[in-house]
Design a protein around this ligand. Structure first.
Ligand code: SAH
Length: 212
């Protein structure tokens, strides 16, 4: 690479993340500490820190840095919390969460991506367990979770996610709202019931059924 990756990551944080509206110092630190270029295929390593999603094989993508930051901010985490991710992909979002001191379980429906992500995360010493499976059912073995983050676009909030979310827990997910449109949903599990709040429009690959 032409420059040290830390310098590219610092510019990414300034221009794409602080430059928009994510200001939480802990989140910004996480983004300079995770080597994003190791989460993309080698041929994209030189463009890993640019302002867009990138292909990671199997017709899937690693999300744009800003979207990872925005969802992490909306998740409102505290160190030590248990987090479930649906849609491991490259493992980058999981790594950002783990570097915030969270304990992460992440479900991926494509076996090759799940295996690659687990190896990458373990090699880099991130505290993340990757599960190969259909994340529409969550991962009941470790429930309840303080936080659930879905990183593929879903037509609905699955009943399994609601039932695996701790009291006062939060879920962040891109939901299909109208033909071709997706929007970030924050869903809180409050004593009086679930409360939904809608945020940015976004574009994610679809949440699909079953495993491959
Ligand atoms: N969070 C990832 C990007 C996610 S791309 C990252 O940081 O790189 C969306 C991922 O969700 C893809 O890898 C896709 O295979 C996966 N996916 C889609 N439907 C799924 C399902 N039902 N269960 C688990 N994973 C799913």
């Amino acid at each position: 690479m032409a420059r040290a990756w830390q310098s590219e990551a610092a510019d990414m944080v300034e221009e794409q993340i602080v430059g928009r509206d994510v200001r939480d110092a802990r989140i910004l630190e996480a983004f300079v500490s995770v080597p994003r270029h190791l989460f993309v295929p080698p041929e994209y390593a030189g463009t890993a820190y640019v302002d867009r999603p990138l292909p990671i094989g199997e017709r899937q993508t690693i999300s744009q840095p800003y979207m990872v930051a925005k969802m992490t901010e909306l998740l409102l985490t505290e160190p030590g919390m248990k987090v479930l991710e649906i849609g491991t992909g490259s493992g980058y979002q999981s790594a950002v969460l783990a570097s915030l001191g969270l304990r992460v379980w992440s479900v991926e429906r494509l076996e090759s991506l799940a295996m690659e992500a687990q190896k990458r995360l373990s090699d880099l010493n991130f505290d993340v367990k990757v599960i190969y499976g259909d994340g529409r059912g969550g991962f009941p073995e470790e429930a309840p979770y303080d936080r659930i983050i879905v990183t593929a676009a879903s037509p609905r909030v699955e009943a399994a996610w609601d039932s695996q979310l701790a009291l006062n827990g939060r879920l962040v997910a891109p939901l299909n709202v109208m033909t071709g449109n997706q929007r970030l949903l924050v869903r809180e599990n409050l004593a009086q019931g679930f409360r939904n709040t809608w945020y940015d429009y976004c574009r994610f690959v679809p949440l699909l059924q079953g495993t491959e």
